[in-house]
Design a protein around this ligand. Structure first.
Ligand SMILES: [Zn+2]
Length: 76
């Protein structure tokens, strides 16, 4: 199974790992609360895992226009 990182705003793929290559703590997932894990991580039917993060472009945009973060998909 693979772990795929995508931006949760623009859906840009940010990289993927075969999960056996990277222990969970290296993915930065161990510090998430169970609620956050549910929101950020989704398990696909083929066994892959999708992790929704924010890409550099979107995080810069949100820094410049913080009101956009109130919208669920501001850049679409
Ligand atoms: Zn983005």
């Amino acid at each position: 199974m693979a772990v795929n990182y995508v931006c949760r705003h623009c859906r840009m793929p940010l990289g993927s790992f075969e999960s056996w290559q990277v222990p969970e703590y290296r993915l930065g997932l161990h510090f998430l609360t169970p609620d956050e894990r549910k929101r950020i991580i989704s398990y696909n039917s083929n066994g892959d895992v999708t992790v929704r993060v924010i890409c550099e472009y979107c995080s810069q945009t949100l820094d410049q226009y913080p009101e956009l973060s109130l919208l669920s998909n501001p850049l679409q």
